[in-house]
Design a protein. Structure first.
Length: 275
């Protein structure tokens, strides 16, 4: 039963369909893992959500920052941005069903020695610790007080993890690390201003996966979120955001042998995003 991990789709349904055809996906036999950001900025967020939801147990997707933004807008806690293309979901007759399904996606998925997450893990977290923390945040996102939690979910502080954190601050660090982080310091302080590649690493920081001797060492981490980083496939690290939205490629990696599959993409941003 092969498993294919797929990078950030962001509403590019045509490319997703082409990639699924390329790998010869059979939902009765194969599984798809999505690194999050199914929606936004591309032309067909609605089509992507409906397709992935229709796959049932043949697909696993974790939440990305754009997925959370859709939930925030849908709950009336955030306004649409000029570059958003999630209006098709918000106007759909099955909107509530889709948003409820999305709300119940995990922040982290662990299977055998593979860890699926949108952005990354802080160096202080073992895989077991990260699973427990993800569970706390998922419970808050789905619970009866979810709107109150989400109203306090955004923000850059605290920037680092401490075991004594509680309340909204504790959960905000979890959300930020798993859905927004790119760079952090050697002691795990996150930096959110820089979105460029490794040549744009801010002084005093490093890519989160380069922190020496992290507690999650030994896990095989599959992630997206960082289009400027591009495709990286090694024994213990698979970065799969290859900038489909910006005219790059939509990428998949077969986890069993790390074979890469890609389809070229149109620069949808040039076609649909406001200037």
């Amino acid at each position: 039963m092969p498993t294919y991990a797929i990078g950030d789709v962001q509403g590019c349904s045509h490319e997703l369909e082409a990639l699924v055809d390329l790998i010869g996906f059979d939902p009765a036999r194969d599984r798809l893992w999505f690194v999050g950001d199914l929606v936004n900025r591309g032309p067909d967020s609605l089509g992507v959500l409906r397709f992935v939801k229709s796959l049932g147990e043949a697909a696993v997707t974790v939440l990305g920052n754009h997925d959370l933004h859709l939930l925030m807008v849908g709950d009336g806690l955030e306004k649409l941005h000029r570059s958003d293309t999630i209006q098709d979901v918000l106007a759909a007759p099955d909107r509530d069903e889709l948003l409820q399904w999305l709300r119940h996606r995990p922040l982290l998925h662990v299977e055998n020695d593979h860890v699926l997450v949108h952005a990354g893990l802080l160096p202080a977290w073992s895989v077991e610790k990260a699973c427990a923390l993800a569970g706390e945040a998922e419970k808050a996102l789905r619970g009866s007080n979810c709107l109150d939690f989400m109203a306090h979910m955004y923000g850059n502080k605290p920037a680092s993890w401490e075991d004594g954190l509680d309340g909204y601050a504790r959960l905000r660090v979890v959300i930020n690390a798993m859905t927004r982080m790119r760079f952090c310091s050697s002691d795990g302080a996150m930096e959110f201003a820089h979105k460029g590649g490794l040549d744009k690493t801010p002084e005093g920081y490093m890519p989160w996966f380069d922190v020496p001797q992290p507690s999650w060492a030994g896990a095989r981490i599959v992630f997206g979120h960082w289009s400027a980083l591009g495709l990286m496939v090694s024994e213990n690290l698979m970065a799969l955001d290859t900038g489909c939205l910006w005219g790059g490629a939509l990428s998949a990696v077969r986890l069993e042998d790390r074979r890469v599959f890609q389809v070229s993409c149109r620069a949808w941003a040039d076609l649909v995003l406001p200037q």
